[in-house]
Design a protein around this ligand. Structure first.
Ligand SMILES: Nc1ncnc2c1ncn2[C@@H]1O[C@H](COP(=O)(O)OP(=O)(O)OP(=O)(O)O)[C@@H](O)[C@H]1O
Ligand SMILES: [Mg+2]
Length: 374
């Protein structure tokens, strides 16, 4: 098999696969959305990922196809398979990261712990579910959500009339029990087509306004029961769904020490960015190894803790102008800028600090990220 990896989508995840590929001497091509995409430095093609001919032509130029995002339409993926392309993760797995209703249905079949849920198309169905769960619930669009878009906290059908009206034939809303979690966790796992798996320690993720803001690795106090449960869940999903590449399992931890699955991403994930600077093998290198069916790297941490803080929005003039101050004040911070233009709340970069004193690591990471806020 050709060692060229083709990545569909030119966001920061594709961008961060590039140095990993360069170090290993693996060719990488990116089908990017535009000349200004984050991964433009590795982009060999610019085109629309929804257009079957564009994607098929791109796939023919590489050995294995993988993804920066989960938005490639199913009919395009099916055409790639019929062309004989190696698509990893395969469409049969990816569908459960593309559609939250399909995901809930499949996880229920696998017996994985998940919040109470149903589907709805009418106000009466929404109100019945909300009443059943004590007057509050969460509504989600089945497809296309990211960074909290497509997720609403609701207390009646009045909160989703627009979504209900916009449903196309056959579409449904996902309704979930509003979990009163004590914290959110994420478990990352990589799996090769031949079956080998590797897991990083379970991490704590902190979201602000529905967007990931900080990640602490490992999740404090997770050694033992929590990490065992998270690992078991991730392995059963990776194997049960036949996922290849990196799989991120977003989790809720409850005060009665249960772990419930929120959602899945089948690609490197924001909760794993710390691995670049805090693990023997980064999630980006591991994803390349996994989709090429190469032996997976060790996932030990290089320090006791690693903390990642996202740069959201960033300075209007871009991150570069703030580098001198950030670097001068925070020599331990590893700064990652995605080359993206300012937009309020947008993920434009992140900072990671690794070390043995958690309080000091948190302070250094937050301090460094603060330099890039407006
Ligand atoms: N059932 C739930 N109960 C309580 N809070 C929830 C529930 N579902 C989602 N949330 C909150 O909303 C956030 C975003 O939800 P979810 O992860 O489903 O959305 P997304 O936009 O697809 O995610 P991402 O930001 O990972 O792209 C979660 O991280 C969590 O904080
Ligand atoms: Mg999420």
């Amino acid at each position: 098999m050709s060692m060229t990896v083709g990545v569909i989508g030119g966001g920061q995840l594709a961008r961060m696969m590039i140095p990993a590929a360069v170090n290993l001497g693996i060719e990488i091509s990116v089908l990017a959305e535009g000349d200004d995409s984050s991964a433009r430095l590795g982009a060999t093609a610019v085109g629309d990922y929804r257009d079957a001919d564009t994607v098929r032509t791109f796939a023919k130029s590489v050995g294995v196809v993988t993804f920066d995002h989960e938005h490639v339409p199913p009919h395009v993926l099916a055409e790639l398979l019929s062309d004989g392309a190696k698509v990893r993760p395969g469409p049969h797995a990816l569908t459960f990261a593309q559609d939250k209703i399909a995901m809930r249905t499949r996880l229920a079949e696998l017996g994985v712990p998940i919040p109470g849920w149903t589907t709805a198309t009418t106000p009466a169905e929404v109100d019945a579910f909300v009443t059943e769960y004590g007057g509050k619930a969460v509504a989600k669009t089945a497809r296309g959500g990211y960074d909290g878009k497509g997720v609403r906290m609701i207390s009646s059908s009045a909160d989703v009339v627009d979504w209900l009206e916009a449903l196309a034939d056959g579409e449904q809303l996902l309704l979930e029990e509003r979990v009163s979690f004590t914290r959110e966790l994420a478990q990352l796992i990589a799996r090769r087509p031949s079956g080998q798996t590797a897991l990083w320690p379970v991490v704590e993720t902190v979201q602000k306004d529905g967007v990931c803001a900080e990640v602490i690795a490992p999740a404090p106090g997770s050694a033992g029961a929590v990490s065992d449960m998270a690992a078991k869940i991730a392995v059963s999903i990776a194997e049960g769904l036949d996922v290849t590449g990196v799989l991120a399992v977003e989790l809720f931890e409850t005060d009665d020490e249960r772990i419930l699955v929120n959602e899945l991403a089948m690609r490197p994930h924001n909760s794993g960015h710390w691995t670049i600077d805090g693990s023997t093998t980064s999630q980006f290198e591991q994803h390349l190894r996994a989709v090429l069916d190469l032996p997976l790297g060790a996932t030990d941490m290089t320090a006791k803790f690693a903390v990642m803080v996202n740069v959201l929005g960033g300075p209007t003039e871009g991150m570069t102008s703030r580098l001198p101050a950030a670097m001068g004040n925070h020599p331990h911070a590893k700064i990652h800028a995605y080359g993206k233009e300012f937009r309020a709340g947008r993920k434009v970069g992140h900072v990671t600090v690794a070390g043995d004193d958690l309080d000091a690591v948190v302070a250094e990471a937050r301090g460094a990220a603060e330099n890039f806020s407006n």
